[in-house]
Design a protein around this ligand. Structure first.
Ligand code: FES
Length: 106
């Protein structure tokens, strides 16, 4: 059975000379916390988490996308994981303060 929601967390590590990356910003910890909380809260049939490669913008990592909504979160920290699980995955309310903001056109 397919889960209701699928979360992709960028775990890419770019070479230091290539700039920032989600891996260097601690995305593995976020991925593991998400997996742990999903298990602890019995959400395994509702949500699945996978690591993925670069989804850009790397300098704003840790980045993740929640489908099917396509909500793109940036600058996610380990402290944000509980709120994402409770608000977005359980209550269905995306965490507005973490949603990607496109730069204003110049
Ligand atoms: S390294 Fe994560 S979005 Fe590029």
């Amino acid at each position: 059975m397919l889960p209701e929601k699928h979360i992709f967390v960028c775990i890419a590590n770019r070479p230091p000379m290539a700039g920032d990356s989600c891996g260097a910003a601690g995305s593995r910890e976020i991925l593991e916390r998400l997996q742990m909380q999903i298990m602890e809260k019995g959400l395994e049939t509702k949500a699945r988490v996978n690591g993925c490669t670069c989804i850009g913008p790397c300098e704003q990592g840790v980045n993740m996308i929640v489908y099917p909504e396509g909500v793109f979160y940036t600058r996610v920290t380990p402290d944000d994981v509980g709120e994402i699980v409770d608000e977005h995955l359980v209550a269905g309310r995306p965490v507005e303060r973490l949603i990607y903001q496109a730069p204003a056109p110049q």
